[in-house]
Design a protein around this ligand. Structure first.
Ligand code: RTP
Ligand code: MG
Length: 189
């Protein structure tokens, strides 16, 4: 097997959900397997660059942080979210004082929707983002370096593997997710 190391075949949960029962194609199904060291958990997560990130010309510099971390880009598109999509995405916050303002913000212009994949991708991305309030986020994080607002905090990231699966399905059609071998994967681990 790869590099002569003991590796295990691990079925990515999100890909299994998308392809396991509906059977998009055998090739895509096989592509959902990853060669991983034992105990490593491969995940996918939904990342949105919110409308403030697009308007502030921060798409490239934020996106680069995910690339440099060693995550693999599985899907990417520019989306003008409508109210229905924003309501579904932030359904958990319905009824909170900031809910209406949040929906207005998310629908105020285009957002960049992405799926990033890698070991512990959900937690890795949340750490790269920093805490919700830009004023409290530490330097070195995306929000800490570029945001000072609670609401206009540039970026969304799924907060659990389970929510990642449903959020990816909300923003992407399964055919928009691309499976390929990253040339540097054996070095990144
Ligand atoms: P996200 O869901 O966007 O990744 O952000 P998060 O987990 O860090 O924060 P969450 O509590 O889920 O809040 C969702 C988004 O709502 C806006 N917000 N405004 N005015 C306020 O008090 C307030 N609190 C939250 C932010 O845009 C936050 O990211
Ligand atoms: Mg959240």
């Amino acid at each position: 097997m790869a590099n002569g190391n003991f590796v295990s075949l691990f079925l990515d949960h999100a890909n299994y959900q998308r392809t396991g029962h509906n059977g998009v194609s055998f090739a895509r199904y096989v592509g959902a397997f990853h060669l991983l060291a034992p105990g490593h958990v491969m995940q996918q997560t939904l990342i949105l660059l919110k409308p403030d990130a697009v308007q502030r010309h921060l798409i490239g510099s934020i996106l680069q942080r995910f690339e440099l971390k060693g995550l693999r880009l599985a899907a990417l598109k520019l989306v003008q979210a409508d109210r229905e999509l924003a309501e579904k995405h932030y359904a958990v916050h319905k009824g909170k004082p900031f809910y209406e303002s949040l929906l207005s913000f998310l629908t105020s212009g285009p957002a960049v929707a992405m799926v990033w994949e890698g070991r512990e991708a959900v937690a890795v991305c949340r750490n790269l983002m920093g805490p919700t309030d830009g004023a409290k986020a530490g330097p070195g994080t995306i929000r800490g370096d570029h945001a000072i607002s609670v609401q206009n905090n540039l970026i969304h990231g799924s907060d659990s593997p389970e929510n990642a699966v449903s959020e990816i399905a909300l923003w992407f059609d399964s055919r928009e997710l691309v499976t390929y071998a990253a040339a540097d994967s054996s070095w990144i681990g």
